[in-house]
Design a binder for this molecule. Sequence first.
Ligand SMILES: Cc1cc2nc3c(=O)[nH]c(=O)nc-3n(C[C@H](O)[C@H](O)[C@H](O)COP(=O)(O)OP(=O)(O)OC[C@H]3O[C@@H](n4cnc5c(N)ncnc54)[C@H](O)[C@@H]3O)c2cc1C
Length: 338
Amino acid sequence: MSENIFDCAIIGAGPVGLFAAYYAGVRTMSTVVVESLTTSGGQLSTLYPEKYIYDVGGFPKIKAQTLVDQLVEQAAPYHPVYRFGERAEQLQVLPDSNLQLTTTRSTILARSLIIAAGVGAFEPTRLDAEGVDVYEDRGVYYAITDLEPFHDQNVLVIGGGDTALDYALMLLPVARSVTLIHRRDVFRAQEDSLRKLRNSNAQIFTFHELRAIKGDTQQPTEAIIFDNRSGAETTLPVSRIVIGLGFKSKLGPIAQWGLELTGNKIKVDSCMRTNLPGVYACGDIVTYEGKLDLIATGFGEAPIAVNQAKHYLDPKARIFPGHSSNREERHQKELAQT
Ligand SMILES: Cc1cc2nc3c(=O)[nH]c(=O)nc-3n(C[C@H](O)[C@H](O)[C@H](O)COP(=O)(O)OP(=O)(O)OC[C@H]3O[C@@H](n4cnc5c(N)ncnc54)[C@H](O)[C@@H]3O)c2cc1C
């Protein structure tokens, strides 16, 4: 029976869950990663695989999907067990303190749990304007997972936050033209993204919103936008429209597990501990004073959660594991002994 109990179960194979899986391997913990999607990568693979990321330390520029591939490669020597296509549904603390995680397909026993479930089930903020539903996925998109449909096209991007500006910047090298509209003149996006877009040949309309999309049987051919101060309409000849209004998060079943929550986030202390013993959390799903929803922040939190979980399982184990060169040697020795 005991061989079926994992030292650590991780919920979520986004970047933070994957890095936690690597780290749990380093701490010689047997690890299972439960992921409701059929592949790893979380938001990076689902929402922006082709986008370049510039704010992960040590990588001046890395494509989102490449970062995911490298995280999978980094964890691979430690053989985490991946359970793709399984959504974690219920959590029960058993009388012997082990944790029973019930997924949509199986029951998993673990001695500790790390929740790296990101924003849970994410869905885009939808836009209600004429023609949007008609052309969804054939000219109107809420996420860019492939740049190919945008090659040499006139593209309209809607929104003023990071999602919209990231998508607009991604499109610049491939699209024939990029136009961005935003309903205000204040942008929530990173200042640097806005600076880059303003210095590009993209057209920017502030105080403008979408009124309607018109087209033929195949695809959109024009977007009608209006100035929300005067009502004046402008017709843009575009064949692709990207609605980048951000994503709404839904914790789903995790909200029912008795975890202390603030809004849609799990409250953790500086050790990434939740209010349940043996249950830690990291990445976009957590909140604490000063929390930033960034990959780099999650990469800092994952080792804290794992090392605390290790110490919880074995109070004699040091919390600080030493540096990676030492660990690699140790791991090679352990492998040689097995
Ligand atoms: C368009 C866009 C651009 C961005 N650009 C950047 C950037 O340049 N730099 C940066 O630092 N950040 C960026 N971000 C934010 C970044 O993507 C997140 O901070 C990061 O993905 C958080 O990683 P995570 O592993 O915590 O969560 P996620 O990436 O959300 O992964 C969580 C995983 O958990 C799974 N899951 C959820 N609930 C369950 C469940 N019950 N059972 C099983 N699995 C479950 C989900 O399916 C998902 O795969 C961007 C975000 C967007 C939307």
